[in-house]
Design a protein around this ligand. Structure first.
Ligand SMILES: *Cc1c(COP(=O)(O)O)cnc(C)c1O
Length: 414
């Protein structure tokens, strides 16, 4: 780990305070031309004494705007201090978690995984159009049937086709033959360029796709493709629980990655993360964004700098070892749950490196699902699966209670 260290509260306090001091101070400098300000002082009282000890809340009150992308080109100078913290988050994730060379990637804190996935698809659609003069009717998004629906949104918005590949019902792994067939069908339909969304933990199952399987099948057909990893759920777990995996920048097949800090990292909502190899963000440069200093290369416009500071704080409050311990605790609990399910012969799916357990719905009554807040794979008709996500608040004592009820429930059904 080059950057991911643990910092004490005092050290965090100093760094964030110094960053805020480098941002615009409306007492010393009154900008006439930009519609920015701190939070409305009539509503959000900035004199509260506890704010002194709460650097994140002070950041919210100062309300920095991180519009644009700060890893390349110029940026709005008014928020230079906190933009630097965002740059540190991006570089830490690229280098320490996703095995990139130093300064070889760009990225920004997006509104969520949805935006980050759409940003990826948008970049690659434009890339194929600009580089190869592709027509949009020749470009398709390729992903598994377990892929998050944000990818369908991306296809709809970008007016490109979405091709879904079947997975095995038990292993949730992409079936190679189905992938070969899906590619052949798409090609015979005129598709020449593929944007792959390869999952690093699907939302429902926590299943993980092999990006190299996609690469193999596409290379065989001599078509152009780009691979994006959707790690919205798994991005803060899987690289830690399976450090030898190949869904990262050490793999030349991988071009960009989505993460969500507002899932496993428990950051405030609005903290999705998009990271990509350098040279790609430029394909979504909006030349008309002239009033923004620097290049606007992101899907959203104005966005909160406080979100970047929140992610920075979480990463440095834990440090890499603290975070590894936390993930291992969750995996331990997941293992415990799976052992109980196994002993009771319930049918379930779990990827060994993740903290999601999907249980076949026929074991579970609607009442039990409601009581324990289990999430079905569909709200539209009878579900096939219910999932449990083992988060920080899901303790073994509570899982034990669930298993007991599940047992009683099953006996009643039989
Ligand atoms: C949650 C999730 C998304 C969407 O993320 P939002 O932050 O809700 O926009 C995309 N992909 C996967 C795999 C997810 O789990």
């Amino acid at each position: 780990m080059k950057y991911w260290k643990k910092l004490s509260h005092k050290e965090q306090y100093k760094i964030i305070t110094s960053a805020l001091n480098k941002n615009i101070n409306y007492q010393d400098f009154i900008p006439l031309g930009i519609p920015v300000s701190k939070l409305d002082p009539h509503v959000f009282y900035e004199g509260a004494s506890f704010l002194n000890d709460a650097p994140l809340l002070r950041t919210y009150i100062q309300n920095p705007n991180h519009i644009g992308c700060h890893t390349l080109g110029a940026s709005e100078p008014f928020f230079e201090g906190t933009q630097q913290l965002e740059r540190e988050v991006i570089e830490l994730l690229c280098v320490d978690v996703f095995k990139a060379e130093d300064n070889s990637c760009d990225g920004y804190i997006a509104t969520g995984g949805t935006e980050a996935n759409i940003q990826a698809a948008w970049i690659y659609r434009n890339y194929f159009i600009e580089k190869y003069n592709a027509d949009i009717s020749q470009i398709a998004l390729l992903s598994s049937s377990d892929t998050h629906y944000s990818v369908t949104k991306a296809a709809n918005l970008l007016n490109i086709r979405s091709v879904r590949v079947a997975v095995d019902d038990i292993t949730r792994v992409i079936v190679r033959d189905s992938l070969d067939n899906a590619i052949a069908d798409a090609m015979s339909d005129g598709i020449k360029y593929f944007i792959v969304i390869s999952n690093m933990a699907t939302t429902m199952f926590g299943s993980v796709d092999d990006p190299d399987l996609y690469a193999d099948c596409l290379k065989k057909n001599n078509v152009h493709f780009k691979i994006h990893i959707d790690g919205a759920f798994g991005g803060f777990i899987y690289p830690i629980s399976n450090p030898d995996n190949t869904a990262n920048f050490a793999n030349l097949n991988v071009s960009s990655i989505t993460l969500d800090a507002h899932k496993m990292l428990q950051a405030p909502y609005g903290t999705g993360i998009f990271i990509a190899r350098k040279g790609l963000m430029q394909f979504v440069y909006t030349k008309e964004a002239k009033y923004v200093n620097g290049m606007d290369l992101t899907l959203c416009g104005s966005r909160s700098g406080a979100n970047a500071v929140a992610v920075w704080m979480i990463l440095f409050a834990y440090g890499s070892h603290g975070w590894f311990e936390k993930i291992n605790k969750l995996l331990y609990r997941t293992q415990w749950l799976c052992k109980q399910l196994q002993d009771h012969r319930f049918t379930f799916y779990r990827h060994p490196d993740l903290n999601i357990v999907a249980i076949k719905a026929h074991h579970i009554s609607a009442h039990l699902a409601r009581t324990y807040g289990l999430v079905p794979d569909t709200h539209d008709g009878a579900p096939n699966w219910y999932k449990i996500v083992v988060m920080d608040h899901v303790e073994i004592d509570y899982l034990q209670k669930f298993i007991k009820e599940l047992e009683v429930n099953t006996m009643a059904v039989e």
